[in-house]
Design a protein around this ligand. Structure first.
Ligand code: HEM
Length: 395
């Protein structure tokens, strides 16, 4: 009797560690069959070199509408239904044209110009949190509002409307119900369509939306969809990394002490946190557009391919003793931001936000500690960006 291939992604037991069964998957072949949320058979890539090879392969498509695209969650199901795709779901040449349009806002230089603004946002969030606490919820009071405010300013999305965005995004990204998710997505898109139209009438409209609206370089519909996707991608992941990063550092006090003693140490520490957490199991999804042979395996045209960082970033041939968190290692080659054509557009911004937020947190609150153990924190379901929705702390 043959057994069905294992489900992928699987649930985390402790939110800041990959599911225990992934250690076993890493011992097996570089490409193996798994079963998706929708019950499809797809290929899982378990090794770093093969992951990078495939993420560079033009025969793999990111277009969610193609038959066979791996549906790993309700949220991916909703994207397969969409007539238009955002950048992450586009193939060339459309992808490259749109990426070039957004890139000027995300270069190291341009992001660096935001440093003072990000520092102000971080310190204001800490002012609020310390005024009202202890105790506090580090996710609600710090990890979430910081990247949310940063991406709203970058886009030119009014901060006054944050309650609406946050509620609609939560209903979209946390739901298990297709109808609820569809409704929330439609509300968000309608809001951004309105905002784009409104920006066209205001020559002083700020941010990425203001820069591109009405220029004729991109249609209003595509700009609205892009802005909505950037709002979600721009805070959901970074908020998860700030909160899980804080958990991992509190779990490793001697490494936290080393970072606090040396201001330069935060940069490699953030890379190691990105590698160690690899929160984006739900990213790096592809479908083959032609047969591809790799390591004696043939991926047939129309088959789905999953390339999760949570496996590649713990490949023992690349990262020695990969299950050990070590801020002194050179983790810079990780693929937590993906690899190849779709490598994260916002990575420079995310890095800077993480460096500033995780430095300021202990400068301002040196005695910060969790009021529950890391094992008691509730992990998100598989298929979501991994993270936590509450982090009780005191000081
Ligand atoms: C793409 C992870 C922060 C916007 C990606 C991909 C990954 C990723 C793995 C590749 C997806 C693929 O190849 O299919 C992360 C992580 C972040 C983060 C771990 C935070 C720690 C951000 C931020 C923004 C952003 C702050 C925007 C402000 C995007 C966009 C893409 C992308 C637009 C698609 C790029 C393309 O298709 O060309 N991200 N991301 N991300 N990310 Fe991020």
């Amino acid at each position: 009797m043959t057994t069905a291939p294992p489900a992928f992604p699987q649930p985390r037991v402790c939110p800041h560690l990959p599911p225990p069964a992934y250690a076993e998957l890493r011992q097996g072949p570089a490409l193996r069959r798994v079963t998706t949320h929708a019950g499809q058979l797809a290929w899982l890539v378990t090794r770093y070199d093969q992951a990078r090879t495939l993420l560079k392969d033009p025969r793999l498509s990111s277009d969610r509408r193609r038959p066979g695209f791996p549906v790993i969650s309700v949220q991916v199901r909703l994207l397969t239904e969409r007539k238009r795709q955002a950048l992450i779901g586009m193939d060339p040449p459309e992808h490259d044209v749109q990426r070039r349009m957004f890139l000027p806002d995300f270069t190291v230089k341009k992001v660096g110009e935001r440093r003072a603004d990000i520092e102000r946002i971080v310190h204001e969030a800490l002012d609020d949190m310390t005024e009202h606490g202890p105790p506090a919820d580090l996710y609600r009071d710090f990890a979430l509002p910081v990247p949310f405010r940063v991406i709203c300013r970058l886009l030119g999305a009014p901060w006054e409307d944050r309650d609406f965005f946050q509620d609609a995004i939560r209903r979209l990204v946390r739901t298990f119900d297709t109808a609820e998710g569809r409704q929330a997505g439609a509300e968000l898109l309608a809001y951004f369509e309105y905002l784009v139209t409104e920006c066209k009438t205001r020559p002083d409209a700020a941010g990425l939306i203001g820069r591109l609206a009405g220029t004729g370089r991109i249609s209003d519909d595509d700009l609205a969809l892009a802005a909505m996707s950037l709002l979600i991608a721009g805070h959901e992941t970074t908020a998860a990394m700030i909160s899980l990063g804080a958990v991992t550092l509190m779990e490793n006090p001697e490494q936290l002490a080393a970072i606090r003693a040396d201001p330069e140490a935060i940069k490699p520490a953030v890379e190691e946190l990105l590698r160690f957490q690899s929160i984006a199991d739900s990213a790096n999804l592809r479908v083959a557009t032609a047969d591809i042979e790799l390591d004696g395996v043939v991926i047939r045209a129309g088959e789905g391919v999953l390339v999760p960082g949570s496996l590649a970033n713990r490949d023992a041939e690349i990262f020695e003793d990969p299950d050990t968190f070590d801020v002194r290692r050179d983790a810079g080659g990780h693929i937590a931001f993906g690899y190849g054509r779709h490598q994260c557009l916002g990575q420079n911004l995310a890095r800077l936000e993480l460096q500033i937020a995780l430095t300021a947190l202990w400068q301002r609150i040196p005695t910060l500690r969790m009021t529950v153990s890391a094992q008691e924190l509730t992990a998100r379901p598989p298929g979501a960006i991994q993270g936590i929705d509450a982090l009780p702390v005191t000081w």
